[in-house]
Ligand binder design. Structure first.
Ligand SMILES: Cc1cc2nc3c(=O)[nH]c(=O)nc-3n(C[C@H](O)[C@H](O)[C@H](O)COP(=O)(O)OP(=O)(O)OC[C@H]3O[C@@H](n4cnc5c(N)ncnc54)[C@H](O)[C@@H]3O)c2cc1C
Length: 492
C-alpha cells in the first residue's frame, strides 16, 4: 500500500452521479440518515447520460412522470430535453444538500473486497491532478450505468478513410460542429436518429436517414391531458405527479402486454399511427415496418410527430438499405444508391460497459462478471456487500432505481439489526444445477448494445432469487417483500 496516500472510510460508496447515483443518495439521506456516504463521479458534474449526450434536440424517450423519481414531482413536458433533466437532477441535489457528498472528477479504477476487514478497498484517480486516492467502504453501490460514455459503437465500413467530409458520432458531439447548408446522412433508425433528424433538418441543405432496417415509433402530443386538467383544478404538484405516473404506467403496461399477447394488433396500431402522420401508406410500408415484434427493442416515442412532419415536408428522406462502402463524396448502398454527403452522422449506438469497466476482486480473486449469476438482478453470487443498478428494459429506468434504493436501505438496516458486517448471495445445493441463462435473451429484447455485450453481463438462473425481473408491477409488489433472511443471503 502506498504510504503517502491516505484512505478515507465511508459506510457506503456510490459510483456514479447519474440519475441512479443521485437517487441512491436521496434515499440514503431519507431512510438511513446515520450512514456516511460518498459518491465518486468521473465527470465534472452530475447527470451521467444527460451530460454525455449533447446532440441537437437530445431528449428522453420515456415520459418524465415515470423517468422522474417518485419523490420529486415533474412539472415540465412529459418528454423532456436533456437540459431539463439535468436541471431536475440539480434541484434534487440541492434539495437534499448532496453536493458535499459528491467527489467529481474521481474515476474509480479498482474495487477489492477484503474479508479480513469486511470492507471494500476502492482505488480511484483524482483526474485534475492524476493523484491516486483510496477509500474503504462497508458497502459498495454501483450506479455506473451500462455503456461506455467515451467510446460509442461505430461499425467499420469499407472506405471510411476515403470519405472527405466529417464523420460524427452523436455521443461525441463536437461543440463547434457546423451542419448549416450541408448535405447530411444519418446512419441509424433508433431514438437518437429520430431526435437528431427533425432538430437538424431545417438548417441542413438536406438530410437522409439511412437505415438498415426500420424501427417502431409511436407518437403523440408532448403534453399530458390529465396533468393539464389536474393543474387547472389547482391539484398539488405531488398529486399530479403520482396520478399521472400511475396513468403512464398503466398505458405502458398495456402496450407491453399487447406486445406479447397481440403483437400483430399492436403492430397495426403503431403503423396506422405513423401513416396518419406521414400521409403516405407506401412510404410507411417501405421504411417504417420493422421485422421484429413490437417491444423486442425499445419503442421510441416521437413527440408531436416531429420526425414525420419533416418527412412529410420533404426535408428528410429515408433510405432503407445496407451500406456497401463509404466513398469520397458519401455512401454507396448495396442497392447501388449513391448518397451524397458533406457530413455523415453515425447514430449506431453504444458499447455496453459492465460495472464501469472497473476490475473487481474478492479476496484477491478477480471477478469475471460474465460468469457470475445475479441475485434478484441487483447483487451477484459470491460478491459481498455490493448492489448494482440496472433499470427496466421496457419501462423507465428510474422506476427500478427507487425500488432498489428501498431494498438497499432495508438491507442496511437489517444488517445493523443482526449485527452483521457482510452479506453474500450464495447458491444453495438445491440451486446448484439450475439452468444458467443470459442476462436478457435475444427473443425477449434484442437491442444491438445488449447483443454485442451480453457476454460481459451477469447471468441469471431459472428461478428466484437468481433472476432479473424486468416487469415493474411485479417487482413493485415483490421487492419490498423479499425475505432478507432467505437462505441464499449469507450473513457474517
Ligand atoms: C440518449 C439517451 C436517452 C435515453 N432516454 C431514456 C429514457 O427516456 N428513459 C429511460 O428509461 N432510459 C433512457 N435512457 C437510458 C439511460 O441511460 C438510463 O435510463 C439512465 O439515465 C441511466 O442512468 P444511470 O445513472 O444508471 O447511468 P448513467 O447515466 O450512465 O450515469 C453513470 C455515471 O457513472 C459514472 N461512472 C461510470 N464509471 C465510473 C467510474 N469508473 N468512476 C467514476 N464514475 C463512473 C459516469 O461518468 C456517469 O456519470 C437513455 C439513454 C440515452 C443514451
Amino acid at each position: 500500500m502506498d504510504a503517502a496516500v491516505t484512505t478515507e472510510h465511508f459506510d457506503i460508496l456510490i459510483v456514479g452521479a447519474g440519475i441512479s447515483g443521485i437517487g441512491a443518495a436521496h434515499h440514503l439521506k431519507d431512510q438511513c440518515p446515520d450512514k456516511s456516504f460518498v459518491i465518486l463521479e468521473e465527470k465534472a458534474t452530475h447527470g451521467g447520460t444527460w451530460e454525455t449526450h449533447k446532440y441537437p434536440g437530445i431528449r428522453s424517450d420515456s415520459d418524465l412522470y415515470t423517468f422522474g423519481y417518485r419523490f420529486k414531482p415533474w412539472s415540465g413536458h412529459p418528454i423532456a430535453e436533456g437540459g431539463a433533466i439535468m436541471d431536475y437532477m440539480a434541484e434534487v441535489i440541492e434539495d437534499d444538500q448532496t453536493t458535499s457528498h459528491i467527489r467529481y472528477r474521481h474515476k474509480v479504477t479498482k474495487a477489492a473486497w477484503v474479508s479480513g476487514d469486511r470492507r471494500w478497498h476502492i482505488d480511484a484517480v483524482e483526474l485534475e491532478t492524476g493523484a491516486p486516492v483510496k477509500f474503504t467502504a462497508s458497502f459498495l453501490w454501483m450506479c455506473q450505468g451500462y455503456y461506455d460514455h467515451k467510446n460509442p459503437y461505430t461499425p467499420e465500413w469499407k472506405g471510411m478513410a476515403d470519405f472527405k467530409g466529417e464523420i460524427v458520432h452523436p455521443q461525441l458531439w463536437p461543440e463547434d460542429i457546423d451542419y448549416k447548408n450541408k448535405r447530411v446522412v444519418v446512419i441509424g433508425s433508433g431514438a437518437t436518429a429520430a431526435t437528431l433528424i427533425p432538430n437538424m433538418a431545417d438548417e441542413c441543405e438536406y438530410i437522409t436517414m439511412l437505415q438498415r432496417s426500420p424501427t417502431y415509433f409511436w407518437s403523440g402530443e408532448n403534453r399530458n391531458e390529465l396533468a393539464d386538467r389536474l393543474r387547472a383544478l389547482e391539484v398539488p404538484e405531488e398529486w399530479v405527479h403520482e396520478i399521472v405516473r400511475r396513468e403512464m404506467l398503466a398505458i405502458a403496461q398495456l402496450i407491453q402486454d399487447l406486445s406479447f399477447t397481440a403483437p400483430d394488433m399492436l403492430k397495426d396500431e403503431l403503423l396506422n399511427g405513423v401513416t396518419e402522420k406521414v400521409g403516405d401508406e407506401e412510404l410507411v410500408k417501405k421504411h417504417f415496418m420493422p421485422r421484429y415484434r413490437p417491444w423486442q427493442q425499445r419503442l421510441a416515442f416521437v413527440p408531436d410527430g416531429d420526425l414525420f412532419e419533416k418527412v412529410k415536408e420533404g426535408k428528410v428522406s429515408i433510405v432503407t438499405d445496407q451500406i456497401e462502402k463509404f466513398t469520397e463524396g458519401g455512401i454507396l448502398t448495396q442497392g447501388s444508391e449513391e448518397l451524397k454527403a458533406d457530413m455523415i452522422i453515425t447514430a449506431t449506438g453504444f458499447n455496453l460497459l459492465a460495472f464501469g469497466g472497473i476490475p473487481f476482486e474478492v479476496d484477491g480473486e478477480a471477478v469475471d462478471f460474465g460468469k457470475k449469476v445475479t441475485h434478484r438482478g441487483l447483487m451477484l453470487e459470491g460478491v459481498p456487500n455490493m448492489v448494482y443498478v440496472f433499470g427496466y428494459l421496457r419501462s423507465s429506468w428510474t422506476l427500478r432505481v427507487d425500488l432498489i434504493c428501498d431494498y438497499v436501505c432495508r438491507l442496511l438496516k437489517h444488517m445493523d439489526a443482526k449485527d452483521a458486517a457482510a452479506v453474500t448471495p450464495t447458491r444453495q445445493d438445491a440451486d446448484a444445477q439450475m439452468e444458467i441463462r443470459p442476462w436478457v435473451t435475444e427473443d425477449d429484447f434484442n437491442s444491438g448494445y445488449l447483443k454485442r455485450g451480453i457476454d460481459k453481463m451477469p447471468k441469471q438462473g431459472d428461478r428466484a432469487p437468481w433472476i432479473f425481473n424486468t416487469n415493474y408491477y411485479t417487482e413493485r409488489d415483490e421487492m419490498p417483500a423479499f425475505d432478507l433472511d432467505d437462505p441464499t443471503m449469507v450473513y457474517a
